[in-house]
Design a protein around this ligand. Structure first.
Ligand code: GTP
Ligand code: MG
Length: 250
């Protein structure tokens, strides 16, 4: 049923706790039909420790360490390619994305082509960080206008889709490069393809332990460049994507 892709970089303390929470929650929510796929780019030695700790869950948790890190988006892409279940769910591994959101998301997934968490729908939210909240809201308004999409949260990166469908899109249009901007490309592709996108509110939690890898202002600049480039190249990208009907919605 479900493969959960967890990209990690130097998450020594929190990851094992997250894995245990996910194992308990998903056992119930999926009737045991799931796997967790950790795609790790750590350079602090935590990979050796985590590989050993997570080997206690054979058949449930796969830990893949990449020697040469090519960044967050490519880790998610690799995880999706390695996944074995019908649906893939991508989430951060630092508790920003709460494991408690998974059961309601799973209950909704079969009725939609892309199920996406949003902090900006009633009932959603994120703790603290007033500057970040305001920045994210403003940026989302910009994305909606620049790319003519309706999604309220184009940065969340907390989503579920059929694995084959994501791979078919990525095959046509490389999505998985950069950082969180891969998600803007994925949502835009889904819009262009007319997929049934469903946003549902999610509440972020504070990162449990460890350090953020995001320089928010710097990433926002990168995301802005991505959006402007997508807008500029939209006709060519769109026709490339739509030239293959089998990736479309249904
Ligand atoms: N595999 C891999 N994972 C990464 C990389 N960079 C970040 N991550 C993971 O991606 C997730 C999101 O990274 P964060 O540093 O929490 O970024 P963020 O959630 O945007 O920032 P904060 O809100 O400050 O936590 C976490 O699970 C990280 O461990 C990377 O280069 N490779
Ligand atoms: Mg985080």
């Amino acid at each position: 049923m479900l493969s959960v892709v967890l990209p990690t970089r130097n998450e020594r303390e929190g990851l094992e706790i997250l894995v245990c929470a996910l194992l308990a929650i998903l056992e119930q929510a999926t009737g045991g039909e799931f796997e967790l796929l950790v795609v790790d780019d750590s350079d602090d030695g935590s990979d050796v420790h985590l590989a050993e700790r997570l080997s206690r869950f054979p058949g449930r948790v796969r830990f893949v360490h990449r020697e040469a890190s090519t960044g967050l988006a490519s880790a998610i892409g690799d995880g999706i390619r390695l996944a074995r279940r019908r649906y893939v769910l991508a989430m951060d591994a630092d508790f920003n994305h709460s494991p408690l959101e998974l059961p309601p998301m799973l209950a909704d997934m079969a009725a939609h082509d892309l199920l996406a968490g949003s902090r900006f729908l009633p009932g959603g939210g994120m703790p603290g960080h007033r500057f970040r909240q305001a920045g994210s809201r403003l940026f989302n308004a910009f994305v909606r206008r620049a790319l003519a999409v309706s999604t309220t949260d184009n940065l969340a990166g907390f989503w579920i889709m059929e694995r084959q469908r994501v791979l078919a899109i990525a095959d046509r249009w490389p999505l998985f490069h950069g950082y969180g901007d891969y998600y803007i490309r994925l949502l835009l592709a889904a819009h262009w393809l007319g997929l049934r996108i469903r946003e549902r509110p999610v509440r972020y939690l504070n990162r449990l332990t460890g350090e953020s890898k995001t320089r928010f202002a710097k990433e926002l600049l990168r995301y802005t460049r991505t959006v402007l480039e997508l807008r500029r190249n939209a006709p060519a990208l769109r026709s490339r994507l739509l030239s293959r009907p089998e990736v479309g919605g249904g």
